[in-house]
Design a protein around this ligand. Structure first.
Ligand SMILES: [Zn+2]
Length: 301
């Protein structure tokens, strides 16, 4: 069975993580890992966006060179929290670059990394796509929702993320689910988007409001838009596997899953769906994008 050593990066708005992962068939082994704070716009407001980009590329190149020399890794996967077009053009990175984001984007990360590490093969992908690849060896068709401070989503069909010709697919999280004028604001600047209603930040708002009134937060109300999105994907694409991952899922656990399952039957046609069997919680090891990024290389080789 083919073995492949992959240097894998999960670049988030708060932390940049790197790992060397040995993939053999459907199994994997972690050989090394490293975590650093992301040079983001909140942490380093006085630094120019170009300098932050340079620091990020240095981090990737230094660790990739180390992994190449120490472990013989020849492939890099870098996952970013934004839509990715074609071979590695990142279209937007608001969680990292903040208001400067659009001035720098699109960024050809694949090209920039390759310039610094010419001897290695470079793959660049969206972070939720990378996370999803972890589950492809078990099942080729599913949707993965990552619920952290924000909300991410990718749909996988035939083992590949469906992002469309221009890399914008799977962004149902930026579709309007609350049409009220004063609906909550999304990271992207829009109002009432799914991601502004169901996210770690939205849950915190609900917890705070409930505390002020001496009540407990309304979990069933909170999950209703997410149940609607799951039902949309089930009815439109026939998906029967919905994976929930991320910090908020780890925090709320089984009651969150049960609340979603309770809100699903009311979303549409009852054709004896076993909603309870369709919704699952991913392992709480916070390694999905790193491991999935390594699987992406071995699966797409
Ligand atoms: Zn949005």
């Amino acid at each position: 069975m083919n073995e492949i050593n992959v240097v894998t990066f999960d670049i988030g708005g708060t932390n940049m993580r790197a790992a060397v992962v040995l993939v053999k068939g459907t199994s994997w082994k972690l050989l090394d890992q490293l975590r650093r704070p992301t040079p983001n716009y909140l942490l380093e407001p006085g630094t120019s966006a170009m300098k932050r980009l340079d620091d990020l590329l240095d981090f990737i190149a230094d660790y990739a060179n180390f992994a190449n020399m120490r472990f013989g890794a020849e492939v890099i996967t870098a996952a970013f929290p934004g839509p990715v077009q074609g071979a590695g053009n990142v279209l937007a990175l608001p969680t990292m670059w903040g208001p400067d984001s659009q001035a720098l984007c699109p960024i050809d990360f694949a090209g920039l990394i390759k310039e610094r590490v010419p001897k290695m093969t470079v793959n660049v992908m969206n972070d939720v796509s990378a996370a999803g690849y972890r589950f492809v060896p078990e099942c080729p068709d599913f949707a993965i929702f990552t619920l952290g401070s924000g909300l991410g989503l990718k749909v996988f069909l035939d083992g590949k993320p469906c992002v469309g010709a221009h890399g914008r697919g799977g962004e149902l999280t930026h579709m309007v689910f609350d049409t009220r004028q004063d609906a909550p604001l999304c990271d992207c600047g829009g109002r009432g988007h799914l991601g502004s209603l169901v996210s770690g930040r939205a849950w915190q708002r609900m917890v705070n409001a409930a505390q002020l009134n001496g009540q407990s937060p309304d979990l069933l109300g909170f999950v209703e838009p997410l149940a609607r999105a799951i039902a949309m994907l089930h009815f439109s694409l026939g998906l029967e596997r919905f994976i929930l991952a991320g910090g908020l899922v780890e925090g709320l656990g089984e009651p969150l899953r049960k609340a979603i399952v309770r809100r699903l039957p009311e979303q549409g046609w009852d054709v004896q769906q076993d909603w309870n069997a369709m919704v699952e919680i991913a392992e709480a090891d916070d390694m999905h994008a790193l491991i999935g990024g390594a699987f992406a290389c071995s699966l797409n080789k």
